[in-house]
Design a protein around this ligand. Structure first.
Ligand SMILES: NC(=O)c1ccc[n+]([C@@H]2O[C@H](COP(=O)([O-])OP(=O)(O)OC[C@H]3O[C@@H](n4cnc5c(N)ncnc54)[C@H](OP(=O)(O)O)[C@@H]3O)[C@@H](O)[C@H]2O)c1
Length: 281
């Protein structure tokens, strides 16, 4: 495919490098100014262009700008895409209608969301192989082309219904970000205990593997899953003593785990008691 990338940031250049490595031609890179596009365009042998320039003949134009800029950038591109066949944005949340300003241009439109964190172009391009990519479009021919683009980069395409994107994106954020709250708390407790944080790595990696092999609910082990209230009380007391700033969070996590384990009744009292500072009990 001939690809043009609009917005040479983390996602745009990760896709550009991965597509080039897969044998596609990246023919244009558009930034706010042609000067800003020069270095990224040089890295994939593309023409450096500014928004407003006529786009080169492209099978696909990829809008990789921030979510809140997609519609404005689509409007700015509208008169310049006569030689292009299709356009996608790469947001997991925004609907395909964010590209409505391109509707009169006779382009097929959709979205192409890599379910991956793309922190730099190089790391992102490497990580795209093996990642899943959500594809949203009503146009069968475009769907096929996007699936084939994803596969050529070593990624797994999946159909993502437009009306489900916000729910899916909330799920992606929960999966990618929420575990970090628990890990930040855990690393503070390890530090207090004088235990190296690295020691937790095999345990944490096994838990993540279990969550995919068994499902997140069936993977739950530990004192809450066993209904071992005395052990959890001992943990609460240690958290209160050594990391009081995590007390409420620890109690909230235990409450969630008790619900998942079907043991709300066993832990209600200890959680209530824990909410009251030790000296007032
Ligand atoms: N990074 C990820 O992990 C990731 C993963 C999946 C999907 N995405 C999606 O990728 C899209 C871009 O995110 P990102 O993380 O790549 O952001 P980013 O690194 O900030 O890149 C955005 C790029 O778009 C350019 N841009 C913004 N407004 C523009 C405008 N009006 N005209 C021309 N260029 C403009 C920016 O240029 P300036 O620097 O001049 O503003 C920058 O080069 C978002 O829809 C995001 O949801 C990102």
């Amino acid at each position: 495919m001939n690809l043009t990338i609009v917005g040479p940031g983390r996602a745009g250049m990760s896709l550009a490098l991965a597509a080039a490595a897969a044998g596609h031609a990246v023919v244009g890179i558009l930034a706010r100014t042609a000067e800003a596009a020069e270095q990224p365009a040089g890295s994939v042998g593309a023409a450096a262009l500014a928004i407003g320039d006529e786009l080169p003949p492209s099978d696909l134009v990829v809008l990789a700008v921030r979510d809140d800029a997609i519609t404005a950038v689509a409007a700015a591109l509208a008169g310049t895409v006569a030689r292009c066949r299709a356009a996608v944005h790469v947001s997991g949340l925004a609907p395909v209608s964010a590209l409505d300003p391109l509707a009169d241009s006779d382009l097929s439109v959709g979205s192409f969301h890599p379910l991956q964190t793309l922190p730099t172009p190089e790391a992102g391009a490497t990580r795209l192989a093996g990642s899943w990519i959500g594809i949203t479009t009503d146009i069968p021919a475009l769907k096929e082309r996007l699936e084939s683009l994803a596969r050529s980069m070593g990624a797994h395409p999946f159909a993502l219904p437009d009306e489900a994107k916000a729910t899916y994106h909330a799920g992606a954020a929960a999966a990618a970000n929420f575990p970090l709250a628990a890990l930040a708390m855990a690393s503070d407790l390890f530090e207090q205990a004088g235990v190296p944080w690295e020691a937790a790595r095999p345990l944490v990696e096994a838990v993540i593997a279990n969550a995919f092999e068994l499902g997140p609910r069936a993977a739950l082990t530990g004192p809450v899953a066993r209904g071992d209230v005395a052990t959890v009380k001992g943990q609460f007391d240690a958290v209160y003593r050594d990391t009081p700033e995590w007390r409420a969070t620890y109690a909230a996590f235990v409450q969630i785990l008790a619900r998942l384990a079907g043991r709300v009744d066993s832990f209600d009292d200890v959680i209530e008691q824990w909410r009251v500072p030790q000296e007032e009990r």
